[in-house]
Design a binder for this molecule. Structure first.
Ligand SMILES: [Fe+2]
Ligand SMILES: [Fe+2]
Length: 294
């Protein structure tokens, strides 16, 4: 067993070195980051105007998303800092949007008490247990964030239940994800990434797959409605695929030193910008900066 683990670690380190060398000849790709100021009314970012479909399981995911995201935003700001200036500013603005959303939730009588343990643990591990652990956990999450923003939005199963805040935040996560990983990977190493890999798998498992369980515990009467089973199916198609994809993305982009696919980036970029237009989310671009992706 010990031999197997050691072989795995050596394998990861060697593949890291070999693949890094192989990829080092790749010429850099420019990536433009924009700092945006939302001009749509704040309430339009959290409510679902004109969306008739209501999936209670997706709604529970959205509550958790609104409460947990600012912890990650703060962590990225802290660890990337001035290395990618606009990226840190984007995360700062995300945190402000999520704080406004949480305030709105609380005034609507939704303090998300049932998720306090997860919020406490996330805050502790990402921000208060030392820089080395915080950096590697954030690298894992940012390497896979595109999967849990893009897939539920792209598939028709739960799209209508995702608020504008999710769409806007997701657009910027897709825009800066590869730059975040590039910046953070310099501060960690593949062995530590491999060791901490299961921690983030558990976080993704709870975040993406457990909201329906919480919903059913809180509202068991939902099990008596036939519609709930269709809602559950839709939820688990979208978020089940997202979860498996986050697992792969963590390995490919965090443990192993592969780069984001430019083709995938272009597809996601188009999908998010189209959705932003369809939903009428308004913003002004106040600053642009171009960075190099290697
Ligand atoms: Fe963010
Ligand atoms: Fe981010």
């Amino acid at each position: 067993m010990l031999f197997f683990i050691l072989s795995l670690l050596v394998g990861v380190v060697l593949s890291d070195v070999v693949i890094s060398k192989a990829l080092s000849s790749r010429s850099s790709i420019p990536r433009v980051l924009s700092l945006r100021e939302i001009t749509s009314p704040p309430s339009s970012m959290v409510t679902l105007p004109g969306k008739e479909h209501k999936n209670p399981f997706t709604a529970e995911f959205v509550v958790l998303f609104e409460y947990i995201s600012n912890i990650l935003d703060y962590a990225v700001m802290k660890y990337v800092a001035d290395d990618v200036r606009i990226l840190s500013k984007q995360e700062g603005k995300h945190a402000v949007l999520h704080i406004a959303a949480m305030k709105q939730r609380k005034s609507d009588g939704e303090p998300a008490t049932r998720w306090k343990w997860l919020l406490f643990l996330s805050d502790l591990l990402m921000l208060r247990c030392g820089r080395a652990l915080g950096v590697v956990l954030v690298t894992h999450i940012e390497a896979a964030a595109w999967a849990w923003f893009f897939i539920p939005l792209y598939l028709p199963c739960v799209n209508a239940g995702l608020p504008n805040l999710f769409v806007f935040h997701g657009m910027e996560e897709v825009e800066h994800g590869a730059l975040t990983v590039q910046s953070l990977r310099k501060q960690t190493n593949p062995v530590f990434s491999l060791i901490t890999f299961p921690i983030v798998v558990i976080v993704h498992f709870v975040l993406l797959l457990c909201p329906p369980i919480a919903t059913i515990i809180l509202h068991p009467q939902l099990l008596l409605k036939p519609k709930s089973y269709l809602d559950l199916l839709n939820y688990y198609i979208a978020f089940g695929i997202s979860f498996v994809t986050t697992f792969i993305a963590q390995i490919v982009y965090c443990v192993l030193p592969f780069h984001e696919s430019q083709t995938l980036y272009n597809i996601m970029h188009q999908v998010f910008h189209k959705e932003i237009k369809v939903r009428g989310i308004q913003f002004n671009i106040v600053e642009n900066e171009t960075y190099k992706l290697y």
